[in-house]
Write a protein that binds this ligand. Structure first.
Ligand SMILES: Cc1cc2nc3c(=O)[nH]c(=O)nc-3n(C[C@H](O)[C@H](O)[C@H](O)COP(=O)(O)OP(=O)(O)OC[C@H]3O[C@@H](n4cnc5c(N)ncnc54)[C@H](O)[C@@H]3O)c2cc1C
Length: 409
């Protein structure tokens, strides 16, 4: 049978963390699933690149439901970790600091309180007693979420992607046939160009035509282009983000691994944490959680074009920030990398279905906090496309919360 003859149970477009998590859920439910990715895997072009992501549940109260979603995601990541034998989760306290925007910190503390998660408020000097690398003055308020963690992002995606999962199962003595019978296939280097909805959906791609009964679109920064092709125009803003890796200054007695938490500054939206991919460095960047207009926007195919001015501005600000608050670190980056946020106006995800064709579902707008929640997002997108009851209320994630701007097919 050729690709054009086969009608898949479900096609998932986009081999980032969201598409991979969704495909795995579908495969585990016995749906014959094809995961299509435009680039050769693994690649460094989307939002899921890099070796480290932060897991935290200190959300403002308006988004308090996210704390439960992240809690369940952590246990799903842990199950994947146990199944594959690959260490994915690294416990690491999460700290939010603020001077001007203290009410936001208190709101996050109330979320942790309601969720029953251990936490404490601490001023600058008290923070330094726990985390010797942090230097914040008395006026700063810090919230410490004891149960924060980091995830090894690159390894996590490899464990999610069904074909690699075969290898992981294989290593743990499960037979390849068992997995193949479940029916998961990945094709990379295949760009979806047009989508024709129907009971059987037709996808024209850079490598021929595919047909499927159900479709999930998880296209990250390219979601605007792909959804526009089916007449949907979610309010997405793609932001290339500069990631600066700073080394500890020579001779300083602190330990990057032990004395530095995952940190987010609510005033300046600076995020900093120990890097798992470049040991003995911290990774520091602007960490907008969406909903702000600061920064350079770009089409994802031109991510690195015209970034010189933004990089210079980021470096100047972050150099000053490091000198003030992390003085044991060099304030010049030893490595600079880049990644893209896909932001919505309210910073929250979009999980929805195509209005007139319920067999097409999409997930986008995961901004700077999608990775940790990917297992539950994958579960929800899988449940939605299979018309099953969803394990969480998806109303807050509907596209209809934004003013409508659609053109019908
Ligand atoms: C700098 C930075 C820091 C972050 N920090 C954190 C953090 O600490 N904690 C956290 O939880 N989250 C964090 N995030 C957010 C998280 O990484 C993202 O929300 C998540 O990776 C989004 O995954 P995705 O699958 O939606 O997108 P992507 O990873 O971009 O995947 C989309 C895929 O779709 C493919 N695709 C697109 N169009 C097509 C097409 N037409 N045909 C075929 N394939 C297509 C793309 O090539 C891409 O591989 C951060 C993000 C950034 C940028």
């Amino acid at each position: 049978m050729t690709d054009a003859d086969e009608v898949w149970g479900c096609i998932v477009v986009g081999g980032g963390v969201m598409g991979s998590a969704t495909a795995l859920q579908l495969v585990e439910r016995g749906v014959r699933t094809l995961l299509l990715e435009q680039f050769t895997l693994p690649h460094t072009r989307g939002s899921s690149v890099g070796g480290t992501r932060v897991i935290r549940r200190a959300y403002r109260e308006q988004l308090a439901y996210m704390a439960d979603i992240v809690t369940e995601s952590i246990s799903m990541w842990e199950q994947l970790q146990d199944k594959t034998g690959v260490k994915l989760i690294v416990p690491k306290p999460f700290v939010v600091v603020a001077d001007r925007t203290v009410e936001g910190v208190r709101s996050k503390a109330r979320t942790l309180q309601t969720a029953g998660l251990p936490h404490r408020l601490a001023g600058g000097p008290a923070l330094r007693a726990d985390f010797p690398a942090l230097h914040y003055p008395v006026g700063f308020t810090g919230l410490v979420d004891e149960k924060g963690a980091q995830i090894r992002a690159d390894k996590a995606i490899k464990c999610l992607q069904p074909e690699v999962f075969i290898i992981c199962f294989y290593r743990s003595l499960c037979s390849q046939e068992v997995f193949s019978q479940k029916g998961g296939v990945i094709r990379d280097g295949v760009k979806v160009e047009t989508i024709t909805p129907g009971d059987v959906i037709t996808l024209s791609t850079s490598r021929g035509t595919y047909r499927t009964r159900r479709l999930v679109l998880t296209c990250g920064p390219w979601a605007g282009d792909v959804l526009a092709g089916v007449g949907l125009h979610p309010p997405l803003q793609v932001m290339p983000i500069n990631l600066l890796y700073m080394r500890k200054s020579q001779g300083e007695p602190i330990s990057v691994r032990d004395d530095f938490p995952c940190l987010f500054d609510d005033d300046s939206e600076v995020g900093a944490f120990p890097s798992l991919e470049h040991p003995d460095t911290i990774k520091i960047s602007f960490s907008q959680q969406g909903g702000t207009d600061r920064g350079h926007t770009a089409h994802p195919d031109r991510r690195d074009a015209d970034m010189a001015a933004q990089l210079a501005a980021d470096q100047a600000f972050l150099k000053d920030y490091v000198s003030k608050h992390f003085p044991d670190f060099e304030n010049q980056p030893c490595v600079v990398e880049r990644c893209m946020y896909t932001n919505t106006p309210d910073g929250n995800f979009i999980l929805d279905r195509y209005p007139s064709h319920s067999n097409i579902v999409f997930g986008t707008g995961f901004s700077g906090h999608g990775f940790m929640a990917a297992p539950v997002v994958g579960q929800l997108l899988c449940q939605m496309v299979l018309d099953l009851p969803t394990s969480y209320d998806v109303t807050p994630f509907r596209l209809s919360r934004f003013p409508r701007k659609t053109s019908s097919l």
